[in-house]
Design a protein around this ligand. Structure first.
Ligand code: SME
Length: 162
């Protein structure tokens, strides 16, 4: 996809993300709406979901709301896979070709690329936004920038509730 098309899609999407996260709905309902909007509007986002740190065991991430094929990876340890490593480093993790990754938890053979962004609340990993793509090398800095804003809005929502 051309950079200018991406920028256009993301600019149009931001108000929809803000709307998804506003109102009196429960947290998971809002997160579900974010997944639904991202999956529906970005053609190369084929699986969009949140993993949330288990409050009982902060070394585990537990699958939260998502949109896409069901996954067997409903609990992931920090340090394992792309999600677990993004939690460990607290940094965005972009993999343009998952076939080149050894520490990777495959959800479906259709997945070619993945981007994971940590969501930090009060200095700790509250959770992550995880996106799988069936397209090879689909992500650019526009994706990171846009999804970083989405994660900041989610963090703001969580902070506002706690
Ligand atoms: N591929 C991820 C696991 C989660 S699924 O993509 C939904 C990983 O390696 O951590």
């Amino acid at each position: 996809m051309l950079m200018k098309d991406k920028a256009k899609i993301f600019a149009k999407l931001m108000p929809k993300i803000e709307a998804a996260l506003s109102g009196g709905a429960a947290r998971d309902e809002k997160l579900q709406r974010v997944c639904d909007v991202l999956k529906a509007e970005v053609p190369y986002f084929d699986w969009v979901g949140f993993y949330v740190t288990d409050p009982e065991n902060p070394d585990d991430l537990v699958l939260g709301p998502y949109n896409g094929a069901p996954t067997e990876h409903v609990r992931i340890s920090v340090g394992t896979g792309i999600c677990g490593r993004a939690a460990q480093t607290r940094r965005m993790f972009v993999v343009q070709d998952v076939s080149k990754e050894t520490n990777y938890l495959a959800c479906s053979p259709d997945v070619q690329a993945e981007i994971v962004l940590p969501i930090l609340v009060g200095g700790a990993i509250w959770g992550e936004l995880d996106i799988d793509s069936h397209t090879l090398s689909p992500f650019s800095s526009d994706d990171g920038e846009f999804l970083g804003k989405v994660c900041s809005l989610v963090a703001e929502m969580v902070r506002g509730e706690d």
